[in-house]
Design a binder for this molecule. Structure first.
Ligand code: KE4
Length: 438
């Protein structure tokens, strides 16, 4: 079992959290890390190696967050550390072109043939924001369509909630997001082609793009229903809109070639992040050459970034993609996810807790919900109290899950049979606790 104190000591994280809150909103640099929906003190991390992460109180956990996806090879992979150390010898940032950027771009293009050209940026938010500006620039249209429960970063037009109704104009998802922005964002239910078509019949000639997570990973793990992605492709072709696959999470995670390869649907633009930076800040957007040639300085659609293509991030990303070229990588990741979710389902059935599990390649999810979850409304019906109980019990047993039922889980190549067995042992105790709570 992971080396953990029982009960876990949290004194150091508790005081670190108190200190952090004096300087940083909520004590964290990204909201989900504050454990708001699960309560308790977020472990402050000291280090991580392979599939295990250690906090500053000395508790060790099996990690299924993996920095929200990038750590597909496991933490502190020696070849990634070596590549970054080697790159650092030459400097950390130049703000000028380097050959390394072309090497990474060519690696991405080899794996994603729909990406004929791409631009590196520093975050998934930048990637999706830029792809949408490009779509609006080339079509001359203003509206975009996204799906309820899908998250594409925090740019204004994408921080929208769904209004009441089938396909509605977005409502500001946060103070500070102008209604004028969200009025241009249409929100439809994920996996609902009828609603999406209705939106096009109403606003079609002004819809510049559809942006979609081809496998939703921000409402839990929710795969597309058969025909959904192909239906989006057909709608975009029919109405002259750009199809953007946000593969920030799924790219290099679910298959070599991402979800677009898995489901054999070709988007016009793709956004990437997480794995392509190997754990350092790098992301990208790219696609059809005729579209990407409209990006400055070749074209007139402006986008820029001080640290875009940063040599250290490019070094980490390049080695990561090289290591993912090895035979059998995605089969191993898929087998690990399969072992995990099959085991979870079996235990849940034995202890009498309704659990709906999903997995695609190296990402997985589970809902405390009877029957499958195919959209955000169903995801919202899952039992939040049961998730909170399960999450806390798993943490106490040394398993580090995403602190929200609206997140996906990630395995890495470092999660071997022993780690998976330990996880399922912990899950039996945690699910038993959930059963007793209900
Ligand atoms: P970033 O700006 O956080 O690099 O990427 C935004 C983004 C875009 N598209 C998809 C599909 C994403 O999942 C994300 C970010 N994912 C979240 C986890 N669900 C990042 C974690 C966080 O916000 O702290």
């Amino acid at each position: 079992m992971s080396k953990k104190m029982s009960p876990r000591k949290l004194a150091a994280s508790r005081s670190a959290f108190k200190r952090a809150k004096r300087s940083i909103p909520g004590g964290v640099n990204s909201p989900v890390r504050a454990y708001g929906s699960v309560g308790g003190i977020p472990p402050f991390i000291e280090s991580a190696k392979g599939c295990r992460i250690r906090d500053i109180d000395g508790n060790e956990y099996l990690d299924y967050v993996g920095s929200w996806g990038p750590m597909i090879l496991g933490h502190s992979h020696p070849k990634i550390l070596a590549a970054v150390r080697e790159a650092m010898k030459h400097g950390t940032s130049f703000g000028a072109p380097t050959e390394r950027e072309s090497v990474l771009a060519e690696s991405i293009r080899r794996v994603l043939p729909s990406v004929q050209k791409l631009r590196m940026v520093s975050s998934g938010t930048e990637a999706t924001m830029s792809a949408l500006r490009l779509a609006r620039g080339v079509t001359g249209r203003n509206r975009i369509l996204k799906f309820d429960g899908c998250y594409h970063g925090h740019s204004d037009g994408l921080l929208v909630g769904a209004g009441s109704g089938v396909a509605t104009l977005g409502i500001p998802g946060s103070p500070g997001v102008p209604k004028a922005m969200t009025d241009l964002t249409i929100v439809a239910p994920f996996n609902d082609l009828v609603a999406t078509r209705k939106a096009f019949e109403r606003w079609g000639k002004d819809i510049a793009a559809i942006i979609v997570e081809p496998i939703a990973g921000n409402m839990g793990c929710v795969p597309p229903l058969p025909g959904f992605l192909k239906g989006l492709r057909n709608l975009c072709d029919e109405f002259g809109a750009i199809l953007i696959f946000d593969e920030v999470m799924t790219g290099f995670r679910v298959a070599r070639g991402g979800a677009q390869r898995l489901y054999k649907v070709k988007p016009d633009l793709t956004t990437l992040g997480k794995v392509v930076g190997g754990g350092l800040p790098a992301a990208a957007y790219g696609g059809r050459r005729d579209l990407m040639d409209r990006i400055a300085p070749e074209g007139d659609v402006y986008q820029a970034g001080t640290l875009s293509g940063n040599p250290l991030a490019v070094a980490a990303g390049t080695v990561t993609l090289e290591l993912l070229e090895a035979d059998g990588v995605y089969e191993k990741l898929a087998r690990s996810s399969e072992t995990l979710v099959t085991g979870l389902s079996k235990i849940a059935e034995e202890v009498g807790v309704p659990l709906s599990t999903r997995h695609v390649g190296g990402m997985f999810g589970f809902f405390f919900h009877e029957g499958p979850v195919n959209d955000f409304a169903q995801a919202q019906q899952s039992d939040a109290a049961a998730f909170k109980c399960f999450f806390g019990a798993m943490l106490d047993e040394g398993v580090y899950l995403a602190p929200s039922s609206y997140e996906a889980g990630f395995v890495s190549l470092a999660h071997g049979p022993r780690a998976l067995a330990e996880t399922l042992e912990a899950a039996r105790k945690a699910l038993t606790r959930v059963a007793q709570m209900r």
